[in-house]
Design a protein around this ligand. Sequence first.
Ligand SMILES: *[C@@H]1O[C@H](CO)[C@@H](O)[C@H](O)[C@H]1NC(C)=O
Ligand SMILES: *[C@@H]1O[C@H](CO)[C@@H](O)[C@H](O)[C@H]1NC(C)=O
Ligand SMILES: *[C@@H]1O[C@H](CO)[C@@H](O)[C@H](O)[C@H]1NC(C)=O
Ligand SMILES: *[C@@H]1O[C@H](CO)[C@@H](O)[C@H](O)[C@H]1NC(C)=O
Ligand SMILES: *[C@@H]1O[C@H](CO)[C@@H](O)[C@H](O)[C@H]1NC(C)=O
Length: 474
Amino acid sequence: MSWIHSVFFLCLTFRWCFAGESSPEVTDDGAPMEKTEQEALYSAIQGFVGDSWNGSDLYPDPCGWTPIQGVSCDLYDDLWYVTELTLGLVHENSLSCATSLKIKPQLFKLKHLKSLTFFNCFTLPITISKEDWINLVSNLEALEFRSNPGLIGELPEAIGSLTKLKSLVVLENGFNGKLPTSLCNLSSLKRLVLAGNFFTGTVPDCFNGFKDLLILDLSRNSFSGTLPLSIGDMVSLLKLDVSNNQFEGKLPQEIGFLKNLTLLDLRNNRISGELFENVEKIQSLTDLVLSGNPMGNSGDDMMGIKWENMGNLVVLDLSKMGLRGEIPFGLTKLKRLRFLGLNDNNLTGAVPSKKLETLPCLGALYIHGNNLSGELRFSGRFYEKMGTRFKASRNPNLCQYIVSDSQKYVGLKPCVVEKKKKGTLVIQQTWSNLKKEEESSSSMGVMVTRHVSSKGFMWVLLLEFSLIVVLYYY
Ligand SMILES: *[C@@H]1O[C@H](CO)[C@@H](O)[C@H](O)[C@H]1NC(C)=O
Ligand SMILES: *[C@@H]1O[C@H](CO)[C@@H](O)[C@H](O)[C@H]1NC(C)=O
Ligand SMILES: *[C@@H]1O[C@H](CO)[C@@H](O)[C@H](O)[C@H]1NC(C)=O
Ligand SMILES: *[C@@H]1O[C@H](CO)[C@@H](O)[C@H](O)[C@H]1NC(C)=O
Ligand SMILES: *[C@@H]1O[C@H](CO)[C@@H](O)[C@H](O)[C@H]1NC(C)=O
């Protein structure tokens, strides 16, 4: 009995001992591979790195004791197959591509390939549309083209047949033209990055199948048209970056369905209309970047927003949008805020300095290029902390309240402060500032007396304050 078992077991292990099945030739030393697999690997790599590269000589056991940088293998039925291949200069000793290279058909014979990456590989112009991607259909999960200026032309239609893909990264290459609609077939994707190419045209409205997509990055291309409505169907989405394109029209209302979205970057497009109304619903957002989308007549929308409900916000950039009205009070309730960009708008009214200063994480505040007025009343410590990450210049009606001689100037005229006698501080103010002072004076417990000067200005004598100054000076 037992010898039959052993033979049977051996036959299972080495399947090719069964008559009828063609037995592939297997390499004899080290990690066993099908000879055709090993030769396909050598040949595919040689196409990229040049004919002088002799794989069988340099790496006789590529999945065993002579591993090739950028090549990973795995066992299938007791034989080793290439599962990951990275071509191009990633590390010092990686497979750097020759300037004139060939995509050899053997590349598409690596039947267990799961991940294929080209990094800094294609420098001379080449189009890759006619290759045999279809052979990789059953296994390829990750396909990445990063920093290949030579890759030009349209994205090959055949990429849409790689339906097992979980990650498609086409980052900073020379691709142009419209996106193939076959991309719509890639519904297993978790990550789709097409950033930094020269893609044009509209984005196919087919994201309804993309239930697993976590990251969609279309930034830095020349996409136009409106954003597809089906964006709202990508329920798992965490990051949506369409910045630096020519998208226009409204932000689809459906975006409010993306309950897990943490990053929404629409900067530098022409999206307008009810922008704020739509983003208000996404309370998971930590990064909201809308700058450089001229809002036109809806520029005062931001006032109606309940910003205090978006308490997860860490980065909020609303610069260059033509916003009008005052700085919304709700912004001063965003306790996690690190970056607040309101610059280059048409904002008016006072800066809620004291409230903004209480935001514990705030590390960058840009309010320059508006029409804000009154006094900036941040403490010296605040200016120290912010350094160059605070800008308030180009607000002609805004002045900086200076407490001590050592205080940093932030490019605004100082609010007029005169020392009448030694140790007595007299501050010249306009009516509007005075009214503000009145509001806060009761809570601050500062005694304020005032009289009208001959020139018609209100003079305010801060008695307690001058006492502090006196003490400070001695
Ligand atoms: C690689 O080297 C081996 C042995 O050193 C030699 O037999 C073979 O012809 C070489 N192959 C190429 C493509 O140069
Ligand atoms: C995409 O899927 C459709 C049907 O779902 C199919 O007809 C088409 O050939 C596929 N495209 C590619 C490029 O695989
Ligand atoms: C959103 O995130 C939560 C927590 O991370 C997760 O449990 C949930 O499945 C996600 N929702 C979707 C639709 O992916
Ligand atoms: C700001 O608003 C004023 C008055 O409506 C207008 O004249 C000016 O052009 C606007 N400036 C900007 C930068 O939008
Ligand atoms: C700036 O605001 C003041 C009122 O505070 C207004 O009189 C003036 O026209 C505004 N300037 C611009 C350029 O909008």
